[in-house]
Design a binder for this molecule. Sequence first.
Ligand code: ADP
Ligand code: MG
Length: 384
Amino acid sequence: MKVHEYQAKEILQKCGIAIPEQIVAFSPAEARAAADHFPNGCVVKAQVHSGGRGKAGGVVICSSPEEAERAADALIGRKLVTRQSGPEGLVVPAVLLTEKVDIDRELYLALAIDTVRAEVVIIASPNGGMEIEEVAAKHPEQIVQIHPGRSLAGADVRVLADKCGLDETQRVKLRDILSALLDYMREKDATLIEINPLGIVRGQLMALDARMTFDENALFRHPELKELEDLTQIDPLERRAREIGLEYVRLDGDIACLVNGAGLAMATMDLIHGYGGKPANFLDVGGGTSAEKITAAFELLMDDPRIKSIFVNIFGGIVRCDLVAEGLVQALRKTGLSVPLVVRLRGTCEAEGRAILDRAGLVRVTEDLTEAARMAISCAGGSR
Ligand code: ADP
Ligand code: MG
């Protein structure tokens, strides 16, 4: 689960990190009123769950309340497309007004999970700011990574501080910041805390932007974090899937996939990719699914206008293939079928399941996984 910049900055402040004064505005009038608090100018920032806002026109420096009102009017309720948001962009529910500060230097600081080593990694660079991706690609030597392990060593802080060109006072502050953030990350099951830029303002370290991500599977332990969730930032199909109790992740292809079991779903994605197709989603209906859930999942897939074919890949273990087939037939009766459907059924009661689908017609059914994947790809217009 992601949170907005203003929420992440409030958390940073509680961890002892300086942030510029900030006010959230949900309307242009609120933005105008808030701008009165910043006589030396302010920055109006679109609040969306994405970085790259600066380059997309989502960060606007304003020198008067009128300018702030206009900037807010141009952002609130509109969609902002950034290099991270996907082509459809994210709707802007609010803007953040912050004091405009004079920045001496922009550093990069992040705490993330190194998934290969299964531990926290601290990433820092003296060259933070909007070009960080380019810095990482063209000048990897300007990025330093430290694995702090159980406790943060003074020597590690020194490496980071030296790389970032910090003086003694700033180094001590960096040490305090990092130990507070490491504690916070462990306590709240955060998977990412990114401060970019970590500015040097009047000689002090100051968080000028912040992003945080929390492990959704651990949210039951943190009801106070769950309250920070903003559903406007979640894809509508993902939201619906969550309500039905399905594991659904939107991807950028055109072959809709309905699979039972996360392992089989991953293997299905790999197979489609391997044969040159592109899945539109990851969808795991669960190991012991019911006919109702299959119907609901199928309806959800059919509501995605991007899809060119549907690939249902079910392995009947606990779930019976005939029940899955029933669920599909019910869904087909309700929604009709606007794109080709390929079904691969194996396992418990597969013959009965296939007989049900054969009677319903319309459907391409096969037992062979590779053949099924190829069929779904060719129905979607072939490999690319
Ligand atoms: P994003 O990462 O989404 O592009 P940021 O919040 O990092 O958005 O803002 C982009 C750039 O805007 C920063 O790199 C910084 O140069 C400038 N900026 C951000 N906040 C302020 C501020 N309060 N005062 C002055 N400049 C700012
Ligand atoms: Mg930023």
